[in-house]
Design a protein around this ligand. Structure first.
Ligand code: NDP
Length: 451
């Protein structure tokens, strides 16, 4: 049995429900890096894999806060500091009822390799809470963020661990978290990224992940000899930060994004999504997507209850390129088959691990241009690192400067991934290319730093 098979067996034996997504992410990486292990025995001798798949430490803490009715609420908070071989721990905070240690380990593990792929000096981490921000008042969000930071501040710092946003954590939450950190520590430092511009945030951070995903896709299509996105129908899932800015950049490039989704349903607007309306519904009013059709009767709303079994309505719509930008495992085997049957030639993951392993196999076997999350959505963390650089230098870069650097970074990641795949005999396979390139950078640093 090869080292890789042994590792997979080992992890499969220890599998449990909460860790399912973590094993899913780990198994994909272990399979991808087989050629690297075969070409260089240092990785085995230094037990890099065994060391990489175990987080450096996990903090789990109680968060107690009071809601608007004066009821005391208790949630669980986490910070998973996974690996800091390349730089301080860096990764987002997720506030969602589904958050548990397994989900954060999956996200933290992916984050290590994603951050490595950017070529920037940042390690990998992730954190969050099972707190549900939906339906909470602004004051309740503020009180929860303050309570969360009361504990989190002990473990973070601008040279130790720099959290950012993720699902349920945007500029508003980062602002409250930053305010509390400042108060507790009496410091004013770049301990969080994704801050509002008025107190140290980088221009373009909100746009970065979505724009970056589209820049990556443009480069990939060009490298693979495919037609550009201009004039093409695209499908996008999600209606949050990543989805909104993916839609925006697609529109800038003359593509026609026709869908968006939230946890309750899908909007299909064949004339192209009305982005201003979408922003109003999701960023200002924070309401369900169903309200979209009140302004656009020609659009269709498909509630989750009407999705075909094991599938999602958004992926049954004809498109040239698809952009899953909502959450993990939202694109199944059945969805992958529908996309291909409907002429889709490119799938780019804006969300983290949105495609199931079976869906990915279908894309790769059918020679679909498939951009995996850890490469395609690395624009967010890249601009977070730009924010750290600006904070350290007490300077501000212009929107154009950040955009240009983001574009260059995404083009470089895409080329690095494609070249690595070629070097290791899996040309055109961006999944293996990303895993090998990311793993190699971290592993080489771990070996150089000793045990
Ligand atoms: P947001 O909270 O802004 O938006 C998330 C969107 O996904 C919402 O529309 C939400 O619907 C929907 N969604 C969440 N959970 C589910 C679910 N279980 N089923 C269906 N829909 C769901 O998050 P982001 O846009 O920031 O993040 C989206 C994805 O991108 C995540 O996978 C995240 O990890 C990843 N990512 C984000 C980065 C960033 O910079 N923000 C960076 C890199 C990756 P509803 O409105 O109903 O809640």
């Amino acid at each position: 049995m090869s080292i890789v098979e042994t590792e997979i067996k080992k992890f499969e034996n220890g599998n449990c429900a909460e860790n399912k997504v973590f094993y899913q992410a780990m198994e994909e990486v272990i399979r991808s890096i087989a050629p690297l292990f075969e070409s260089d025995d240092r990785y085995k001798r230094y037990a890099v894999l065994e060391r990489l798949v175990v987080p450096d430490r996990i903090f789990k803490f109680k968060v107690t806060w009071m809601d608007d009715e004066q009821n005391i609420q208790v949630n669980t908070g986490y910070r998973v500091q996974f690996n800091n071989a390349l730089g301080p721990y860096k990764g987002g905070l997720r506030f969602h009822p589904s958050v548990n240690e397994g989900i954060l380990k999956f996200l933290g593990f992916e984050q290590i390799l994603k951050n490595a792929l950017t070529g920037l000096p940042i390690g990998g981490a992730k954190g969050g809470s099972d707190f549900n921000p939906k339906g909470k008042s602004d004051f309740e969000i503020m009180k929860f963020c303050s309570a969360f930071m009361t504990e989190l501040h002990k473990y973070i710092g601008p040279r130790i661990d720099i959290p950012a946003g993720d699902i349920g954590v945007g500029a508003r939450e980062i602002g409250y978290l930053f305010g509390e950190y400042k108060k507790i520590t009496s410091t004013y430092e770049g301990v969080l990224t994704g801050k509002p511009f008025m107190f140290g945030g980088s221009l373009m951070r909100p746009e970065a992940t979505g724009y970056g995903t589209v820049y990556f896709t443009e480069t990939m299509l060009e490298m693979e000899g495919k037609e550009s996105l201009e004039g093409k129908i695209c499908t996008v899932s999600g209606a949050g930060n990543v989805a909104l800015h993916t839609i925006e950049k697609l529109q800038h490039l003359g593509a026609i994004p026709v869908t968006c989704t939230d946890s309750k349903g899908t909007i299909y607007d064949p004339r192209g999504v009305d982005l201003d309306l979408l922003k109003e519904l999701k960023l200002e009013k924070r309401v369900s997507l169903e309200e979209y059709i009140n302004s656009h009767q020609e659009a269709t709303y498909i509630p989750v209850s009407e999705y075909p079994e094991g599938a999602h309505a958004v992926w049954s719509i004809e498109c040239y390129a698809a952009f899953p930008c909502a959450t993990q495992n939202e694109l199944t085997e059945i969805d992958a088959q529908s996309l291909i049957a409907n002429g889709c030639i490119s799938v780019s993951e804006g969300a983290n691990m949105p495609s199931t392993p079976e869906a990915i196999d279908i894309f790769l076997n059918n020679k679909i241009c498939f951009a995996p999350a850890k490469a395609a959505n690395a624009g967010g963390v890249a601009v977070s690192e730009f924010e750290m650089a600006q904070n350290a230098a007490m300077s501000h870069w212009t929107f154009e400067e950040v955009d240009e650097r983001l574009k260059t970074t995404m083009q470089q990641i895409c080329k690095r991934v494609a070249l690595t795949a070629k070097d290791y005999g899996v040309e055109g396979n961006y999944v293996d290319g990303a895993n090998i390139a990311g793993f190699k950078r971290v592993a080489d640093a771990m070996i150089a730093e000793g045990i």
